[in-house]
Design a protein around this ligand. Structure first.
Ligand code: ARG
Length: 305
């Protein structure tokens, strides 16, 4: 894996954007194989009971995503799938892990509720710097609606995760939470409407403005004046349901406009085919939960002073 540096023209008079240099950092992900994946209930507009799912194909596509992460230097942990939980493949919804502390989800729909218990059990046994805080008390669909950008947690609401859950996350994980209201049922989770591309000193996101209420659009425009504004076409193939390591952006191969925008900003888009999992209303990010470890060492006296 080589870090790519975007060529910039240097000039004494024109300041260059500090964000032009992109670097990949290795991540630790949790994924769940789609062994029992199917569409047997419809809890979002993508799910059509009349369209059959090819489970073998879903598994092959998922294996390819996992291998792609590993080929780019990322570590993938796997949780055992549970029979009867067809949406468990969407691991992003299992919870949120920050500073090694894992808060498991509490799902909106009864069909998915047992997943919260399965993910909580995984966090409790994970070791390796992950400590379980148990299951959220409030309605909370994990990283489906909770996206960390630097030290700020963007939090979606309107369809799944509640505002009360945002307050719970802020209190339990000790992070600033910014509430964003989703208004389009096709973009029912924040991770279908917004992608975190860079969480560093010059944070960068991509999003579909019309998926958000006017007030939330204003919040996003103010915080991220530099953001990539997605087209309805790219959003409609879940092109915003992406995972970035700071350089490589893993996303559906169908979002060709987004691939071009990413390249313009110095990222390397890595396209994958997750067409079977799209039938459940999810893509790359939905299948991926980031395990963010605790800081390696406590702050030194000097740093604390
Ligand atoms: N069928 C699932 C649901 O409606 C899809 C979840 C997709 N996950 C995500 N992180 N957006 O809950």
């Amino acid at each position: 894996m080589t870090a790519l540096t975007t060529p910039t023209t240097t000039s004494a008079t024109v300041p260059q954007p500090a964000s032009a240099e992109r670097t990949a950092t290795p991540r630790r992900f949790l994924m769940c194989p789609p062994t029992y994946f199917d569409v047997v209930y419809a809890i979002n507009p993508w799910m059509d009971l009349g369209v059959p799912v090819d489970a073998g194909r879903a598994l092959a596509q998922w294996e390819h995503l996992r291998a792609t992460y590993e080929a780019h230097g990322h570590h993938v942990e796997v949780i055992d799938p549970v029979p009867g939980l067809p949406d468990m493949v969407y691991a992003a919804n299992g919870g949120v892990v920050l500073g090694g502390r894992a808060l498991a989800a509490r799902f909106t729909y009864p069909e998915r509720r047992p997943e919260g218990i399965a993910y909580e059990a995984w966090f409790a046994g994970a070791g390796d710097g992950v400590v379980s805080l148990g299951q959220a008390a409030e309605q909370n669909e994990g990283e489906g609606d909770l996206l960390l950008v630097g030290d700020v947690m963007l939090a979606g609401t309107g369809f799944r995760t509640s505002r009360a859950a945002h307050a719970e996350v802020a209190a339990l994980l000790g992070v600033e939470v910014v509430t964003l209201e989703l208004v389009d049922p096709r973009y029912y989770h924040l991770d279908t409407a917004l992608a975190v591309l860079d969480g560093g000193p010059s944070p960068l996101v991509a999003y579909l403005p019309e998926a958000f209420s006017p007030a939330s659009q204003a919040v996003l425009a103010e915080r991220y004046p530099d953001a990539i504004v997605a087209t309805p076409e790219d959003a409609a193939v879940l092109g915003l349901n992406a995972v970035s390591d700071g350089l490589h952006v893993f996303l559906t191969d169908r979002a060709t406009g987004m691939h071009a925008r990413l390249r313009e900003r110095g990222f390397e888009p890595v396209g994958v085919d997750l067409s079977e999992l799209l039938k459940g209303g999810g893509s790359v990010k939905c299948c991926t939960l980031e395990l963010r470890p605790a800081l390696a060492a406590p702050l030194s006296q000097e740093a604390r002073a």
